[in-house]
Design a protein around this ligand. Structure first.
Ligand code: PMP
Length: 432
């Protein structure tokens, strides 16, 4: 372990706390779940992050998913530089918006038509409104532990920050907003079938993370995904995959390509913006034609399809298409997760590990995590020790047990080896 100091981060965080609630602009980055204060980041380069004290880290967050290509990829930088020479925003259509829409429709099986927005939250919020408006039904089925952004109607037993902070539904969300939200258990096929049998004709849509990232990584059973598809078709409800995290991550065409189950609607974010504030929602044309200005369901945005954000996203997606990094990235991730498992076993710590493609979670939990009830049995104290031990050894991991780690393309074999070594040392220390 190198001798790291964090004094500049400490001082700047204290200053931030005077002017920003909790010193952060999103609670997930507050290090609250691991009992401490965050480091402030100065810059990123490839797979590396540098904090304001000059400490170097291998980045396993990638801005919580977007940076599959790492920081400052040359093609992305060039596209941004070029876009900046022409202006930041016009509030008028541009050719690049058609290019990214075309590329998304080619890549993601369910997309025939797509609308760009500014965040994942906006994507799911808009998709829910559209699916309700299109079907003329109100009930939304979601799964405990899945996070779909801070949309009022979906902030019920949400995962991610809300789960970490032990505050599943938020004050400020009126009961009326969630009374039509039915929360079921992930991977529980029988329960969903029973819900459809009881009130299938009222269900507008089922929304889920097709691979969960927001209670830590949870793998869907094929039976679960297939049953959801069948039930939605049978009852005239719409199936929506929230691929904000999994889109262009678990496969180029997302989880729907990887598992071969095609939803009616898809929400996207993170990677499709390459690190800029971007989201998108889309699906079958027949459904998308219900959105304004074609149809009656309203949704709009001053900065939607913003030229800088679109240029950044487009360069990221084109690079992914041209280079197809997915097989090698998965292999590299598997080498890392095998090393982590071996380290936990050697230290004699109870654990389970879930991985899909280049996203994974090491759970301090002897059970394979299949849903939120199992996830909640994880030993979060042990996780906190792991987190700090890794941070002090130059490994920037998500600051919560209930988040996904992301491996990036520029992470080298030497980086992976160093992470495994850091885990061996940290886990042995924890087992003490
Ligand atoms: N859906 C999923 C699956 C997510 O992981 C997230 C963010 N982590 C969101 C929606 C919300 O996206 P944003 O934070 O961009 O609003």
């Amino acid at each position: 372990m190198t001798n790291r100091t964090y004094s500049h981060s400490h001082d700047e965080f204290a200053r931030a706390c005077q002017f920003i609630p909790g010193g952060v602009n999103s609670p997930a980055r507050a290090f609250g779940g691991v009992g401490g204060e965050p480091v402030l980041i100065d810059r990123g380069d490839g797979a590396k992050l540098y904090d304001i004290d000059g400490n170097e880290y291998t980045d396993y967050i990638g801005s919580w998913g977007p940076h599959i290509l790492g920081h400052q990829h040359p093609a992305v930088r060039a596209a941004l530089d070029d876009a900046l020479t022409r202006g930041t925003s016009f509030g008028a259509p541009t050719v690049a918006e058609t290019e990214i829409a075309e590329l998304l429709c080619e890549a993601v099986p369910s997309l025939e038509s797509v609308r760009m927005v500014n965040s994942g939250t906006e994507a799911t919020m808009s998709a829910i409104r559209l699916m309700r408006g299109h079907t003329g039904r109100d009930v939304v089925v979601k799964f405990a532990g899945c996070y779909h952004g801070h949309v009022d109607s979906l902030l019920v037993q949400a995962g991610s920050g809300a789960l970490t902070h032990g505050n599943p539904s938020s004050p400020g969300v009126p009961k009326g907003c969630t009374k039509d939200t039915l929360v079921l258990t992930y991977n529980n096929t029988e329960q969903v079938a029973a819900a459809f049998a009881k009130e299938g004709d009222k269900i507008a849509c089922v929304i889920l993370e097709p691979v969960v990232g927001n209670m830590g990584v949870v793998v869907p059973s094929m039976e679960f995904l297939k049953t959801l598809r069948e039930l939605c078709t049978k009852h005239g409800s719409l199936l929506c995959f929230d691929e904000v995290m999994t889109g262009f991550r678990v496969a180029y065409g997302g989880a729907q390509e990887r598992f071969g189950v095609t939803p009616d609607m898809t929400t996207l974010g993170k990677i499709i913006g390459g690190g800029m504030p971007v989201g998108a929602y889309g699906g079958r044309k027949e459904v998308m034609n219900s959105i304004s200005p074609v149809g009656p369901v309203y949704q709009a945005g001053t900065l939607s399809g913003n030229p800088i954000a679109v240029a950044c996203g487009l360069a990221t997606l084109k690079t992914l298409k041209e280079t197809n990094p997915y097989p090698a990235l998965e292999e590299k991730t598997t080498r890392l997760t095998s090393g982590l498992k071996a380290a936990a076993e050697k230290a004699g710590l109870e654990h389970s590990l879930a991985q899909v493609g280049s996203m994974f979670t090491l759970f301090f939990n002897p059970e394979q995590v299949t849903n939120m009830d199992v996830a909640m049995k994880s030993d979060t104290d042990q996780f906190a020790k792991y987190f700090w031990g890794m941070l002090n050894r130059g490994q920037y991991l998500p600051c919560s047990q209930f988040e996904a780690n992301f491996v990036s393309v520029p992470a080298t074999d030497a980086d992976i080896n160093a992470t495994i070594k850091a885990a061996e040392e940290t886990l042995t220390e924890i087992a003490g």
